[in-house]
Design a protein around this ligand. Sequence first.
Ligand SMILES: *[C@@H]1O[C@H](CO)[C@@H](O)[C@H](O)[C@H]1NC(C)=O
Ligand SMILES: *[C@@H]1O[C@H](CO)[C@@H](O)[C@H](O)[C@H]1NC(C)=O
Ligand SMILES: *[C@@H]1O[C@H](CO)[C@@H](O)[C@H](O)[C@H]1NC(C)=O
Ligand SMILES: *[C@@H]1O[C@H](CO)[C@@H](O)[C@H](O)[C@H]1NC(C)=O
Ligand SMILES: *[C@@H]1O[C@H](CO)[C@@H](O)[C@H](O)[C@H]1NC(C)=O
Length: 674
Amino acid sequence: MGHLMILATCSLNQWALDFEGNLERILESIRVAKQRGATLRVGPELEITGYGCFDHFLEGDTYLHSWEMLGKILEFEEAKDMLLDIGMPVSHKNVKYNCRVIIHNCKILLIRPKMFLANDGNYREMRYFTAWSPARYVEDYYLPRIIRNITGQTVVPIGDAVVSTIDTCIGVELCEELFTPNSPHISMGLDGVEIITNSSGSHHELRKLYRRIDLIKEATLKSGGVYLYSNQQGCDGDRLYYDGCALIAINGQIIAQGSQFSLKDVEVITATIDIEDVRSHRGMSSRGIQAVNANSYHPCWLWDYLRRSKTSGYFLPLSGGVDSCATAVIVHSMCRLVVEAASNGDTQVIMDMRKIIGEKEDSDYIPTDPKEFANRIFHTCYMGTVNSSKETRERAKKLANNIGCYHIDMNMDSIVSSVCTVFNLVTNKAPRFRIDGGTDAENLALQNVQARLRMVLSYLFAQLLPWVRNKTGSLLVLGSSNVDECADINPIGAISKNDLRKFIDYAKNEFGIPILDEFLKATPTAELEPFTHEYIQSDENRFHLMNHVSYNPVPVKLISENQQLQADMGMTYDELSIFGKLRKIERCGPFSMFSKLVHEWGRELRPEEIASKVKRFFYYYSINRHKMTTLTPSYHAEAYSPDDNRFDLRPFLYNTTWSWQFKKIDALSHNMEK
Ligand SMILES: *[C@@H]1O[C@H](CO)[C@@H](O)[C@H](O)[C@H]1NC(C)=O
Ligand SMILES: *[C@@H]1O[C@H](CO)[C@@H](O)[C@H](O)[C@H]1NC(C)=O
Ligand SMILES: *[C@@H]1O[C@H](CO)[C@@H](O)[C@H](O)[C@H]1NC(C)=O
Ligand SMILES: *[C@@H]1O[C@H](CO)[C@@H](O)[C@H](O)[C@H]1NC(C)=O
Ligand SMILES: *[C@@H]1O[C@H](CO)[C@@H](O)[C@H](O)[C@H]1NC(C)=O
């Protein structure tokens, strides 16, 4: 006879410091687990506080409120007879730990602190928490009075231990521990632990899911047993998108898996397992392994951001170029997601959607057409001058037509000339474009004035368009690199140009928007300079390198320093993307980057040519680094984002000669040439 158990794990859309909302979602997940007959429910890492509290984890209040919420969970009627594994921070002897609290029938069985903290890339757990050690060490934890009153306990164990029940033995593995070679599950498996819970605050990054799934399969294959994985879902108020994807695995097989990208706030997955032979019996909601769908995460992030920010929609300047086009398509695809979720009766999405568009809660509006819905929340604007080309203007208009957004086509010549008039009045000088005989400085200033005025106009329109349309609220300004210097958020800030083009190509077929082809085929141009028959300003001339050093938001002032050099840069986007990855992910300085590339590119290029590319890359990198300090927040999806303050901690004032480093490159290159 087998011994059947129903186990539940979940993805929750938690929000840093929203204690009441977080509690409500935790209770809902317990309710659902209970309905399905589960006897064990596992939740995401730090689910009570939200994972992304950052320095709020240093505040005593955060710990106090966590206990208060745990108290409510302990008292929750429907939590009876279920083992709950809850994530929260706990301070013990004035040291802060990232913990799992295991509770059962209004008693705390164990507080299990995390033993391996995630501390690279986007993660700073060591800034807030201390790792528990040594292994298998347990101490007494004195409960706060509010909890003593609820559970009647004074002291509970805190430390590295497992929980035995009548049925089975349960061990806890917190997220980063999986990624470390000496994961606790290995020794736990030998200890009779049959169920391992793994709770996580793991953000989405392209291609990361495969690795996670491999690890889980491997872990359960090696030691046998059941693995329950739970994750945070949603943006949690920051640049990351936590990608849910709760799952249950047995003996190396995934038997139930939640969605990776979902608009649902609470997603519970359950599976019935046979603990006797630790074999899968059936998966209640097995959907198979989802491919890493490269096109769902940005829309999900945008939706989560929009509803959390309580604004009325998005405003995007459309230039007729690829970048703002890609951004528009992402918003379009968000509209499709929302329409789909709403027509499936997702009440949370319907409620959020009605709030955003300013409908009453009792309204019966349900969007059925992404274009119609886009018209309510998505606003685009072409801000041209007499010198803008008909092509870009038309492309922008057609795109807007195709996706249904509320589009404005305007000229800003009068504003540009007013600004120039003020300048002229004060200085008695009139700057001219280069083609009219102006200097580089004049030419640059005239371009920048347009770019910067677009920003001012964007914010004006974003604030007042809802009013113009007899609605309330204001819009968030979306950035997309070339068009403007500043925005509220920049959805494509961390995506390379090549991936953007691939995305547009995908969307062309998937969403049936053939006009996108025109964007892919068009010569990229910022059109900040007047064009003539001989000269069209192209991004390849102008933004070429910058675009890649900064991966998109390209402050226009950058053009200045290097105009001549840029003309003969001779680097492709692919190469620049390789430089970016080597610098950030592989942690290469100039010398080791050169040494590596000589091996990889040695067949096509001479060492001297490679040396000169590497030196240029670092030169441009160092003169532009300061721009990264004020990047518009963007969704973080790649391991090589240049986001200065959070992710890529480097100085921004460099001596740009890199004199010693370049000498070393030259010496090596010289040797090789010989
Ligand atoms: C908790 O305190 C309240 C009053 O403060 C009391 O009525 C209740 O019995 C206490 N509960 C426990 C379990 O001690
Ligand atoms: C445990 O959680 C972490 C956090 O996301 C995850 O990266 C890791 O893959 C998980 N390990 C297993 C075996 O589930
Ligand atoms: C348009 O081009 C003309 C001709 O070069 C130039 O004089 C004028 O300043 C330009 N206007 C704007 C707004 O760029
Ligand atoms: C806004 O409301 C006014 C007065 O009620 C009306 O005249 C106008 O047509 C409305 N505008 C729009 C865009 O609905
Ligand atoms: C940068 O370093 C070089 C070599 O040490 C030096 O000659 C140069 O003056 C430095 N530049 C600045 C701006 O300090």
